[in-house]
Design a protein around this ligand. Sequence first.
Ligand code: C2E
Ligand code: MG
Ligand code: MG
Ligand code: MG
Length: 286
Amino acid sequence: YRSKARGRGTFTVFTPDMVESHKRKLSIANSIDQAITNNEFQLYYQPKIARDGRIIGLEALIRWLHPEFGMVMPGEFIPIAEQGGKISAITQWVIEQVCIELPMLQEKIAQRFRVSINLSGHDLRHGGLFDAIHSLFTRHRTNPEYIEFEVTESAYLENFALSNKFFRRVSNMGCAIALDDFGTGYSSLSYLTQISIDTLKIDRQFIRELETSERSRLVTGTIIDLAKRLSLTICAEGIENHRQWEYLLEHGCDHVQGFLFSKPIPLSQFHSLPMRFERLREAANA
Ligand code: C2E
Ligand code: MG
Ligand code: MG
Ligand code: MG
């Protein structure tokens, strides 16, 4: 359990915990192919709520019901899939699954909404994603106007030229584009005038700190203003209480998403979603 990795005279001792976690990582990396063939992935959906309390969108979030490890979260296996070159297979699975489930989702939620699909930076680096999307939409008769793609600021900017080209094509087809986790990655904002997006999603970190940090309130308010001035839709993620929702509504935020409204749920649990989420002013003032 020893290595000389850090150079002369120093030893890194691998504890049993580290060995266990390394084994788990390997095992996850090696079972991704199987996961697709054995149908072990599942989509959960988290609603996005408009100012009037109605559902305006659903974000598809992948889960893995692993035969050995139980429910494995994307925060753990997506980076492993990216490193192992398996992400595009997962992305295609997600897109196809959304195409398949969309008619059922539409049946359960009467009004118009979009389903958002998360893309990874690796998806953008390899050509071919646009053609894959196009042929999946054709095969499943999916109207692109019901689909949004989310990409993080850093993934978009890593391959700026490629991303721009890709998102322009996707946008021309009728899909919407959202910049995810906004505010955490880059200090330069000049790129915002050059990219093809519809929505900014304020990172959860700012929302979490709304009640305790004046700076987070300032940054959140400023991001909302910025989005408005650029004619972009603004969505806040990670809303857990009414005070946060009230603050965001007062400052003009368009859409909100968070455990206050609903955790991500599979299609089979959609019957438990309310038709409309109500503001509780009393709770907000408490
Ligand atoms: P994300 O796209 O920023 O998704 C938001 C994450 O925040 C989700 O975690 C969601 O469950 C969680 N969340 C939502 N509301 C709240 C809240 O009020 N409080 C707290 N504490 N958390 C909240 P999840 O599902 O574990 O996904 C984590 C990340 O994994 C996602 O971040 C996204 O980057 C990635 N991911 C998820 N599904 C996919 C996928 O299908 N493809 C790719 N490439 N990445 C995915
Ligand atoms: Mg997202
Ligand atoms: Mg996000
Ligand atoms: Mg995030």
